[in-house]
Structures are given as C-alpha cells and as structure tokens.
Design a binder for this molecule. Structure first.
Ligand code: ASP
Length: 443
C-alpha cells in the first residue's frame, strides 16, 4: 500500500493531520461559543446549519467508501495474507472480553460514585419519539443475511456486507489453495484485479482524509452553537462518572496491548491519534473506520490482515464505549428515580448491554436507540432516556473514541507478539536454519 502523509506545509513546516484536526476543534468550539453555545439568535440558525454543508459532503464520501473498503480489504486479506484458522475465534474472544470489561468498569464506577444522587433532575416531559424505537435481537440476526448479493453495497449495509465479504473471501481462498495444489494459475487475474481496486480505494480515501479538518470544523462548530453546555450542570455527575469509566477502559486497553501484542501501547495511541480525533469530532465509528484502518497499517505498522479483521470486520460488533455507557445510564437513572437495582438485575444489565452495543450502528447517537433494550429489560422507564439526549452530543463523542480505540486494540492483539518483519524472519529461519538472518524490528 502506498505511503500516506496527510500533513500540509505552512511556512516551510509540515503540520501533521492530528494537529490540523486539533486546531479545527479548538476554532470550532470557539466559533460555537461565539454563536451562542445553545442560545443562538434565531436569525443565525440558517447560518449555523450551513456550517454543516462541507462536512456533510466529506462524511458522506467517507461513509460511501466504507463499504467497498470492507469488501476489498477482506477479499485482499483472504487472497494474499496468511490468516491463521484461529483468527476468527481469537477475534470473538477479544471482542467479548473487552466488552465485558467495559460493562463491569461502567457498573463499578456507577455503583461507587452514585452519580444519580449528586443532584436533582427534572422529570422527563415528552420528546421521546426519537428513542421510542425498540431493538429486537432476533430481527437483528435475521437482518444479517442480504436479500440479494449487490444489495448490501447499494444500501451501505455494513453487517450484511461483512457476511458477504467473509463468504467470498473464504471461498476464493479455498479455490486458490486447490489451484496451487494442482499447478493451476486461474486465480492470479482475480487476485490482481482485487489488489488494484483495493489500492484505488485507498488512494481515494487518502484524498478525502486530507479534508477531514474542514469537516471537523463545520460539524463541531454547529453542534456547540446549537446545543451548548447548559444541561451539563444538571447531569454533571453522569458526565464526570462516564468520563472516569471511559478513561479506565482506555487504561485496560493499554495494559492488554502491552501484555498481548508487539505494539508499544503509547505508539498505538500516537499512531491512531488521527482516527481518535476524527471519532471525537464525528461521533461515528463507521465514518472513522477507513481512517482507523489506514492509521493501523501506515502509522502503527500492523499487518493488513489484522487491521482488516479488527478494524473493519470487528468494528461493527465492537462498541465497548457504547456498552459501558448503556450500563452506566441504566444505573444512573435507577439512582435518580430511587429504584435500587440488585445484583440479578445488574446481571441482566450486563447481558442486555452486550446485545445493545453489538446492535448499535457506528453512527451518532445510535447507542440511545439500543439503550431502550437495556431499560426495558430491567423495567426502567424509557422516557428518562430523553433527558440523556441533552448531553449525548458530548458523551457520544467520548464513547465513540473508546469504540475506535477498542478496534485498534483488537487489531494490535490480533497482530500477535512479533512485528511483521521479525515474524517473517523467524519463519524463514525456521525453514532455513543454516542461513543466518538479520532481524529487522518493525517498531
Ligand atoms: N456513536 C457511536 C459510534 O459511532 C455509537 C453510539 O451511539 O454509541 O460508535
């Protein structure tokens, strides 16, 4: 894959992408505050809405690119990389254990800090239409199988696309092995077409990534101007508790990466900073997905197969930040209304939060929709979710960062304990022990 550098040159110095995004974030918050931070003048509403036009276009392009990227990256990995048979099982194990850790951290912090008892919260008054939709886990399962082969691509249905990509990937890989055994080479042109298309998608992706700071500026300025910080006073306890829990989850990831992967945890953070800032700015892990994939390969140096399995395939089921938030929100509301949730109820919260996080799409505020599943399971009134909407524009961004960090963690763990070049050298050494090999460290 081509080397990418999204920095721009200013007065002879290169400004890296993460710095451009940071500058855009700061300027955007400043502009949002200038425009009223929630108390905007009504004649300015149209202007504020217009701030979103360039960013809508850029995010639309990223979303559109996510589906071909997933399809081609998965096919390319299956055709060209060594994917050990146990990768699938390892992925499932990593996803489940990370999500469980997230929910337990969320419950622990909510039980210890009791944020629902910090202040007086007003009763919810209507306005619950947005979150009235309930989530049916069985429908979710049924929806995984596409009606027609090309439909997931046309509808941008990521989960169906993954099923499709994995099926074709496994089939093509099987055919390739049979042909190699028989000395045939019919698979070569197919592999070449996939490789060229994959490189073309990455090229287009790199063009769009250059425009990300512009998108960040527009979307954040508009959100701060329209929503403001006022509701944060009433819900301060929840905001503080969620941020503490998300930080603990981040520490859990860093320790896990340190113990289970060749990647230095801080290098992972450093390499993935573009993706993390984009996640915060857009509140969408699906929009961030192509950037996460790019950063893992180009900046962190992971194998393409690990990045595509962890950050493209796994990402759609891996929403630890969302799981943590859903469990905490249930406990928070139970504390607000003075209903205690004993241990068996909290276990139901754990189980339903796993489903709810898997079912949450990687788009802004998807977690609020699936939260109804958790609330209904333990008999909490779903109207209270409406109260959370007022601070969700901010908390959603924070949990999306953790969702993306979770994808990066899983990818690093899938990459194993040896960097790309060192692992190749070890393999060669095992095959030809008499030939001394020079190790090159991928770090
Ligand atoms: N916005 C989150 C994401 O894109 C999902 C959520 O609402 O929790 O990952």
């Amino acid at each position: 894959m081509s080397e990418s550098n999204h920095g721009i040159r200013l007065f002879g110095k290169v400004i890296p992408l993460y710095l451009q995004i940071l500058i855009a974030l700061v300027l955007a918050v400043g502009l949002g505050v200038l425009l009223g931070a929630g108390n905007y003048a009504s004649h300015q509403k149209a202007l504020i809405e217009n701030l979103a036009i360039p960013c809508d276009l850029i995010l639309k392009a990223l979303r559109a690119l996510a589906t071909p990227l997933i399809l081609l990256a998965v096919l390319h990995s299956f055709m060209t990389a060594e994917i050990p048979g146990r990768s699938g099982r390892k992925l499932l194990w990593l996803l489940l254990t990370n999500t469980l850790a997230a929910i337990l951290i969320g419950l622990l912090v909510a039980n210890l800090l009791q944020p629902g008892k910090w202040g007086q919260l007003a009763h919810p008054s209507g306005g619950t239409e947005a979150i009235k939709k309930t989530l049916d886990p069985w429908l979710l399962l049924q929806d995984m199988v596409p009606d027609a082969i090309l439909k997931p691509l046309v509808d941008n249905n990521v989960i169906q696309l993954i099923i499709l990509a994995l099926s074709f990937g496994v089939a093509l890989r099987g055919l390739k092995s049979i042909q190699i055994e028989r000395g045939h080479t019919d698979y070569v042109p197919v592999q070449q077409v996939i490789t060229v298309l994959f490189e073309a998608v990455i090229r287009i992706l790199n063009w769009i990534i250059t425009l990300i700071p512009l998108a960040v500026f527009g979307i954040v300025a508009r959100t701060v101007a329209l929503k403001g910080f006022e509701p944060f006073k009433a819900l301060g306890g929840l905001v503080v508790a969620v941020i503490i829990a998300l930080l603990l989850q981040l520490c859990f990831y860093l320790i896990r990466v340190k113990l289970g992967s060749w990647v230095n945890p801080f290098k992972l953070l450093q390499g993935g900073v573009d993706a993390l800032l984009t996640a915060f700015s857009t509140a969408s892990s699906t929009v961030t997905m192509p950037i996460t994939f790019d950063a893992l390969i180009e900046k962190v140096g992971l194998r393409e197969s690990s990045a595509s399995l962890g950050a493209l395939v796994g990402s759609n089921f891996n929403n630890d930040g969302t799981a943590l938030y859903e469990a905490m929100a249930a406990l928070f509301i139970s504390q607000v209304i003075g209903v205690s949730l004993p241990l068996p109820q909290q276990i139901i919260v754990v189980l339903t939060s796993i489903f709810a996080s898997v079912g949450a799409a990687g788009i802004p505020e998807a977690g609020l929709v699936t939260m109804t599943l958790v609330f209904s399971a333990v008999g909490l009134p779903t109207e209270y979710i409406a109260i959370l909407i007022t601070v969700d524009w901010f908390l959603d961004r924070c949990r999306t960062v953790i969702n993306v960090m979770g994808d990066m963690t899983v990818s690093a763990l899938l990459d194993g304990k040896h960097p790309k070049l060192k692992a190749e050298a070890l393999m060669n050494e095992a095959l030809a022990p008499e030939a001394p090999l020079k190790f090159e460290d991928g770090n």
